[in-house]
Design a protein around this ligand. Structure first.
Ligand code: NAP
Ligand code: MG
Length: 508
């Protein structure tokens, strides 16, 4: 272990501690390979302790019974704390995830902050829902009481650590749950930084939030299978999601899954191309294409196909690839060498499949790029909709462009994958665009925008992109278990529901 590097422990029951046998792993900057920190690698017994702390805080602690307005106040206070530390959080996220500082400073950290405030606001209406008066068979007053679900195991991937940590923690906290949280070993540092802020704030009772770190196949899998966990919220690959569903089945555990995607951008013939070109590129190359809802397929009407391709290529060649900490950088490295291998394998597959490589496809040249897994932003055209680069999630900066002749055909292509996470529709005719949006089988459709992450709106996927929703009221309610409470107003015995079905007592 390098003694000069910061060392981060596990956060269990309100205390930072080392992992059993002091096991750690090292986290590095993807752009340079420079080590950033040592992080505790939890054992099964460490996970047991974290789950026990969350269990105790849920079963006997004050948090599930804390009134919603008080939970709201705490979430708003946490948001203020994030705001005060925004510049350092942006830098941590950029170093750890290789995300350009411009994106973390102006988009990611502000979005996380906004989400925290929104769940503060939504917390106030999380527990009580009035129902209409019911008069069958006689008058009753009805309402739904929403109970916090319990101990939640939350596991996130590496590609959007800060925002994803908030969109896991905030709705669960808003509704009174307790949590054991596991970030990805590839980029856990902004999650750890947020836990440090939460700890220092002293705002949450002991055991309400717990952090465990370590390899997914060990720590993550043991956590989601833990018998004392009530609900699992997982974001990551479809492959691991499938496994988690099967782990949850024997205990009938509640699961929400946010998985992969292959989201289309549909460019209609009347699109405002100045905006559509930039929008398609933002949809594709934001976070170097390492976002689940990235617009990785671009479907373009044949009448504008040549122009759109030319302009996409021209703008892509202007993107500045480089050091994530340089404010001029548009695109940083990929998260890991392994991820670059995957991306390069798909670039080779695209060539073999006969798609036309019109820009990128290689590694940028220069000393700056020798120490990190950089890859050029890449565009294939004339991509067959059934080909592998149009069907499989690559999770890197590779755009597949396909022409279409009729709108119906574009919608069929858009819906023709096993995924259904997001889409965008580019058109000046909003009525037409809404009509298209309604025919797309995806959880989020942006009209004249991509990456429309909105904490008021439900987020999640159709088909193999997931189960359930996160964010919005719908996402928050995934963290509750409803009880219908019926208050009966019938005073007369012979007016009761059971009067006609129960035999009258003998002698009456
Ligand atoms: P991943 O391999 O599925 O890992 C996701 C998380 O699960 C990590 O924390 C990982 O830990 C952990 N993990 C790995 N194997 C596990 C197991 N057997 N049991 C329990 N946990 C396990 O995904 P990734 O490669 O990190 O992330 C990329 C994927 O996430 C893409 O497919 C992307 O589409 C998807 N994603 C989806 C959304 C969405 O909202 N729909 C958002 C972002 C990303 P370690 O990393 O420490 O091993
Ligand atoms: Mg992984």
């Amino acid at each position: 272990m390098d003694a000069d590097l910061p060392s981060h422990g596990l956060f269990i029951n309100g205390t930072w501690c080392e992992a059993e046998e002091r096991r750690t792993f090292t986290v590095s900057e993807p752009a340079t390979g420079t080590p950033l920190a040592h992080v505790a690698s939890a054992s099964q017994r460490d996970v047991d302790r974290a789950v026990a702390a969350a269990r105790e805080a849920f079963d006997h602690g004050p948090w599930p019974h804390t009134p919603p307005f008080e939970r709201a106040r705490i979430l708003h206070a946490l948001a203020t704390l994030i705001e005060e530390h925004a510049p350092e959080l942006a830098e941590i996220e950029s170093r750890d995830g290789g995300v350009p500082l411009r994106a973390t400073t102006f988009t990611d950290i502000p979005l996380g902050l906004h989400m925290m405030h929104v769940f503060g606001e939504l917390a106030r209406r999380s527990s009580y829902e009035p129902l209409p008066w019911n008069d069958f068979p006689t008058l009753s007053w009805n309402f739904v009481w929403r109970n916090p679900y319990g101990v939640c195991a939350q596991v996130i991937p590496w590609n959007y650590t800060f925002c994803m940590t908030i969109w896991k923690l905030a709705p669960a906290l808003a509704t009174g749950n307790t949590i054991v949280f596991k970030p990805s070993s590839l980029a856990p540092l902004s999650a750890i930084a947020l836990f440090k802020l939460i700890d220092e704030s002293g705002l949450l009772p002991r055991g309400v939030v717990n952090l465990v770190t370590g390899p997914g196949a060990e720590v993550g899998e043991y956590l989601v299978g833990h018998p004392h966990v009530d609900k699992i919220a997982f974001t990551g690959s479809t492959e691991v999601g499938r496994k988690i569903m099967s782990i949850a089945a024997p205990h009938i555990r509640k699961v929400t899954l946010e998985l992969g995607g292959k989201s289309p951008s549909l460019v209609l013939p009347d699109a405002d191309l100045d905006k559509a070109i930039d929008g398609v590129l933002f949809g594709m190359f934001y976070h170097a294409g390492q976002l689940c809802e990235a617009g990785t397929r671009c479907l373009v009407h044949r009448s504008i196909y040549t122009e759109v391709v030319e302009r996409l290529v021209e703008r892509t060649r202007q993107l500045r690839i480089g050091d994530p900490l340089d404010l001029a950088t548009d695109m940083g490295p990929l998260i890991s060498w392994r991820q670059r291998e995957t991306v390069e394998r798909y670039i080779a597959i695209g060539r073999e499949e006969g798609a036309t490589l019109v820009t990128g496809g290689g590694r940028p040249r220069g000393e700056l790029y020798d120490h990190g897994p950089f890859v050029e932003p890449t565009i294939f055209t004339n991509v067959h909709p059934r080909s592998r680069i149009a069907q499989e999630e690559i999770f890197g900066p590779v755009l597949a462009v396909t022409p279409y002749d009729e709108l119906g055909e574009a919608i069929t292509i858009a819906n023709g994958t096993r995924y259904g996470l997001a889409a965008s529709v580019w058109s000046r005719d909003l009525q037409q665009a809404i009509g298209v949006a309604r025919q797309i089988k995806a959880g989020t459709v942006g009209i004249n925008e991509h990456h429309v992450l909105n904490p008021y709106a439900p987020f999640g996927g159709f088909k193999e992109s997931g189960v359930g929703r996160e964010m919005g009221v719908a996402g928050m309610l995934e963290y509750t278990e409803p009880t219908h409470i019926h208050v009966d107003f019938q005073q007369k015995r012979d007016g009761k529901l059971w009067w006609d079905t129960l035999l009258p007592p003998l002698g009456e």
